[in-house]
Design a protein around this ligand. Sequence first.
Ligand code: ZN
Length: 136
Amino acid sequence: MTVHEVTRVYCPVCQAKFRFSEGWKAGDIVVCPVCGQKLRLEMQGNEWVGARPEKGQEKEIRERVDEYARIKGYVFNDMKEELLEGLLGKNRRFGDFYCPCRMEHVPEFMCPCRPTRSGDVERDGKCYCGLFWKKK
Ligand SMILES: [Zn+2]
């Protein structure tokens, strides 16, 4: 009997493992389908992990939130720039892009935070801090 193992890639932002597509190779740039992070494929040990090519840069968080909104079909409002400023401030002070509206600086609150990825926008019409909005 053959065991078909699905190869997966680990995303260091949302900590999800997503499916490795046929034809991908080390060095390729892919987008995490769970959080929208741009990742460069690397083999660590015998596991695929995504590295963050622009870690901590403004470009990284702008691309991530835009990509996440695109994947989910969410929209922004005129608070977007203010909230991005908040995210950049969190990165300066706490070392990563944590939710600007929460006190805890833990991986599950890296934007887009876990509650957002778990359906807050569908349920409440927006995420906790009002960056992502459900399309009306
Ligand atoms: Zn991710």
